[in-house]
Structures are given as C-alpha cells and as structure tokens.
Design a protein around this ligand. Structure first.
Ligand SMILES: [Zn+2]
Length: 427
C-alpha cells in the first residue's frame, strides 16, 4: 500500500456511516485526535467517529476497532478541553448504545495530553510548527471528506482537455472516478440542489453533460445526477464492461485430503477458501467473465494441476484464495502475495495491491502488506497471479469472521472489486 492510499483508507473507514440519531451522554465530547500510520495527527468530529464505531460493532464485532488500534487513536477531547482515553471509551460507549445503557464519560478522563487545543468541528489536520499547533481544515465542502494529502482540492482541474469530450468521432464515453472518500450526488449542478446519493471513493461514473465545474453523471447502478468536478478524476476506461470475456482462474486453496490450516476452534481452511471462491465465481460470471475453478468441491488438487489448468486455458488472471495460520493466536490481518521475477510481475503487483486495498477498506483487518514470494502457483503460472491470505484462522476473532457466510460474501466482493479495478485501470 502506498502511504497516501493507506491514509485515504483510514479516513474512509471513519466516514462510512453518517448519522446515528441520539447518543447517550456524549454531548460533552467535541472531537477525537487520531494519528495515522505516518504519525500525522487528525482531529475528527466525534459523532461521526463514535457512531461509525457503534454501528460497526452491531454489524461485525471487530470491524473498525482493529483499525483504531492500528492507527493509534489518541484521545477524545471534551468541550471543556479535557482528554479521555479512547480504548476504554469506545467499547463502553458502543455497549451503551447497543444496550441503551448509561455511559459515564468522566470515568475515562486523562490528566495529560491537553496540549492539543480544543476545536470542535470536522476533520482537521493537526501539526506542530515551531512549537505552535497548526490546524489545517480539510475541505469538506462538497466531498463529504477531503483527501488530506491532496490539499489543492480548491484548484479547478479540467476533467477533459478542451474539445475532447465531443470530437472523438466515435461512441466512446467519458468516465470519471470518485477521488474523495464520499462525494454527494446531487439533483442539479450546485450545492443548493438536493443530495440524492453518496458515492464512495473509486466509484466509476459516466459523464453525460457538463455545466461549469459540475458534471452530469450516471452511476454504475444507473442513478443519474450531478457531482462537483473537483472531486473526481478522469478514468481512462476501455469500457465499463471491463470483465466481459476475460478468463479468470479462481483457485480455492487446499481441498480433499489437504485441509489447509486448522482454525482456532477447528474451522478448516479448505472450507473457507471454497466458499469464498464460489461467491467470487458467481460475481465474476455476473460481470461477463469466464471463470475456471481449480476445484468445485472437496477435491484434492495438486499445485501442479492448478497451474496447468490456468496455463492451458491461457487465462487472463490467476487468483489463489487462502487463509492464514500461525503458532500464536495473536497473529492477525490480511496479506497478498505476488511473484516478482517474471514478465507479469508488474501486473501481478498491481492486482495484489488492488485486492489488498479492497480487503482493507472492506473488512479493515490489519494491513500486513503486499508481499513478494515464490509460491509454486505464482512462479509457475504464465499470467498475472496473486495469492491472498484473507485473515488468520488461528486467530479467534478472525476465524469467526471467516466462518460467517455473510463475511465470506464480503471477502468475495473485495476480491471481485480488486480484479475489476485491475481490468479498469491497469495498463
Ligand atoms: Zn493455504
């Protein structure tokens, strides 16, 4: 993951959920100070953050919490300028929401760290310059969340070179990609028009009209509306049917006599990889791809055979699905592998990054990174190939996730989107 991508992902995790009407006894809190993986500090509006967390608990028991732990959220800032520790607070607050119970904020007060001044509001980058605290507001005007490492969102970027939109002489369409975490889709060209939907980072839009800095667009699920041109970038797509006709080998790891890793309470890797693989198969087929499964049931398939299947089919991609294991139950997170020393290494790496990114933004487990390794199925396949270790079966919480049919579907969707963005944007 690039650092800036990781930062965007971190922010996007915080902005996923917007409104959660009433909150118990937290009126006194005004903001949260958090540090990202680069050590940069951000101040967030507390409601957004806490409500996201509470909602994520209801939805999946470990969703955002791990991201907070990873990214070192510091403290909550109260309106009277005091700080409370985040660790105890998050769980108890979420519990209070879930059980309609009471939440005693005062229990979590910290006595120090009051250096960072109180400033309620939206997201601000906090930095120290010659001993002074500097707040850089992140532009939230039209994208609900700005991109912190791209402070020039005020600069108007033309989406098309002059004339480009209409003189192509063929039926090629113009596509743009949402370049902020959340972007409002409005009923007309201006902020006075009603918000009809919110689009998330990476969403592909077809441009059908322009009015000053506003673009009329159609979303992939056929909603029509207007977005501000500053928050999208041109997507050079071959077509929105990027997957049509592609041959993709889906390789559910292990099977038959080889159970793969055995989970914390006995879940077998071969069961999970097949379930995710079958979900992925139907998503890819739905998008018009031809899918070849290296196994469709509980069969033993050698690695040689898996590669042979892919090479014989002259497949466009090889995607091997695995779940991880370690001697310590503490090991956790997602990692994606590719092989570096062949002609497809750049493509494989791009695919690995795209898939890893989707896993992080979807499940939010620990980012163990995109890694290079000479796994047999990666070194011997003659097309771009990746192997993803989705999560750790030997970790109790992650085993629960991997066992859950809903999560298996989410994992397949993450793989699908990674594959889709490979075909949309890799050249
Ligand atoms: Zn495996």
């Amino acid at each position: 993951m690039g650092k800036s991508v990781e930062k965007v992902l971190f922010l996007s995790l915080l902005i996923i959920f917007i409104i959660f009407s009433t909150s118990p006894a937290l009126a006194a809190v005004s903001a949260l100070i958090a540090k990202d993986s680069n050590g940069e500090l951000y101040q967030f509006d507390y409601k957004l953050l806490l409500n996201s967390y509470a909602l994520s608990l209801l939805d999946s028991p470990d969703g955002l919490y791990s991201s907070f732990v990873e990214k070192e959220a510091y403290a909550f800032l109260t309106e009277n300028g005091r700080y409370i520790s985040y660790r105890g607070v998050l769980d108890n607050y979420a519990l209070a929401i879930v059980s309609n119970g009471n939440f005693d904020l005062e229990k979590y007060l910290l006595n120090k760290e009051a250096e960072l001044a109180a400033m309620p509001g939206n997201i601000k980058k906090v930095s120290i310059n010659s001993g002074n605290i500097v707040y850089t507001p992140i532009n939230l005007e039209e994208g609900a969340a700005g991109k912190p490492d791209n402070p020039d969102t005020g600069v108007k970027k033309p989406i098309n070179e002059p004339g480009e939109n209409h003189n192509t002489g063929n039926t090629s369409k113009t596509y743009v990609m949402v370049d902020v975490n959340i972007l409002n889709l409005r009923s007309g060209p201006g902020t006075n028009h009603e918000i009809i939907d919110q689009l998330s980072f990476g969403a592909i839009l077809e441009v059908t009209d322009e009015q000053k800095e506003w673009l009329k667009v159609i979303t992939m699920d056929s909603k029509s509306g207007w977005v501000h041109g500053d928050f999208v970038k041109k997507a050079d797509l071959k077509s929105k049917d990027a997957l049509r006709g592609k041959v993709i080998v889906v390789d559910p790891g292990h099977g038959g006599v080889d159970p793969g890793a055995i989970g914390f309470s006995g879940l077998q890797e071969k069961v999970v990889t097949l379930a995710v693989g079958q979900n992925l198969e139907s998503l890819l087929q739905g998008a018009g791809a031809s899918v070849i499964m290296t196994r469709t049931g509980d069969q033993s398939v050698s690695n040689t055979k898996r590669v042979e299947i892919a090479n014989k089919a002259r497949a466009d991609l090889f995607v091997s699905i695995h779940a991880n294991a370690f001697t310590s139950p503490d090991a956790n997170g997602t990692e994606t592998y590719y092989y570096e020393n062949n002609e497809n290494s750049a493509a494989s790496k791009f695919l690995a990054q795209a898939i890893q990114g989707e896993f992080l933004s979807t499940l939010g487990l620990r980012d163990r990174g995109v890694k290079e390794k000479n796994f047999f199925v990666l070194t011997n396949s003659e097309m771009p190939a990746v192997l993803v270790e989705m999560a750790f079966l030997t970790n109790q919480k992650e085993e629960e996730l991997l066992r859950d049919a809903k999560t298996q579907k989410i994992l397949a969707e993450a793989l699908f989107r990674g594959i889709e963005s490979y075909f949309l944007s890799y050249r």
